[in-house]
Design a protein around this ligand. Structure first.
Ligand SMILES: [Zn+2]
Length: 189
């Protein structure tokens, strides 16, 4: 996917250091336009879903993403995770501190977790989770890979032993020993 750049020259002109709320809104809309345009590509791309996102750093789009979970055989391929992966690969880093993320739809808990891990500073979203549920909720399961966003949010916030998914701790000692060895090597490096 080509990197779409909105350079400083394309920004609304500022009269001073602080832009007016209207100028800032136009500036932000250009990024949301791109996120929504990405989502629209799903209309003609089989195996994708209309959820698009962009990561913006210092006024430039540095990552773009579209939900390609069915096409890529990747249940974690949401617009936001793809945009973050794209930005991290392009910037060759795993820290997107100070970056903003624009998404065509309010992100699910997995994407929020990914944004937290990457250090995204601010989220802008277009459609709400409720909008998506209203429109897509009645689609047959075989047509897409639906997620239950409310359940995901609730389950992810619980400690391991309280989730519906059973979890069992095994072989703690050798696993911790490797963590210790790795940490020791890093300290010495
Ligand atoms: Zn998501």
């Amino acid at each position: 996917m080509p990197l779409s750049r909105i350079g400083k020259a394309d920004r609304p002109s500022h009269s001073g250091d602080v832009s007016s709320p209207r100028e800032e809104a136009i500036y932000q809309n250009s990024f949301m336009d791109r996120a929504i345009a990405l989502s629209k590509t799903a209309l003609s791309t089989p195996g994708t879903e209309p959820f698009g996102a962009v990561v913006v750093k210092d006024g430039v789009i540095v990552g773009e993403g579209l939900n390609q979970s069915l096409k890529a055989f990747d249940p974690t391929s949401h617009g936001e995770t793809e945009a973050i992966r794209d930005a991290c690969r392009k910037l060759e880093c795993v820290d997107l501190s100070g970056c903003e993320l624009y998404s065509s739809c309010e992100p699910c808990a997995m994407c929020v977790a990914t944004m937290e891990i990457a250090g995204i500073a601010k989220l802008y979203y277009a459609a709400s989770m409720k909008d998506a549920g209203n429109v897509l909720g009645s689609l047959p399961k075989a047509k897409r890979h639906p997620i239950d966003a409310e359940r995901l949010l609730a389950q992810c916030g619980l400690p391991a032993q309280e989730r519906d998914m059973p979890s069992e701790q095994q072989m703690q000692e050798p696993a911790v020993a490797i963590l210790e060895e790795w940490a020791t090597a890093l300290r010495g490096a």
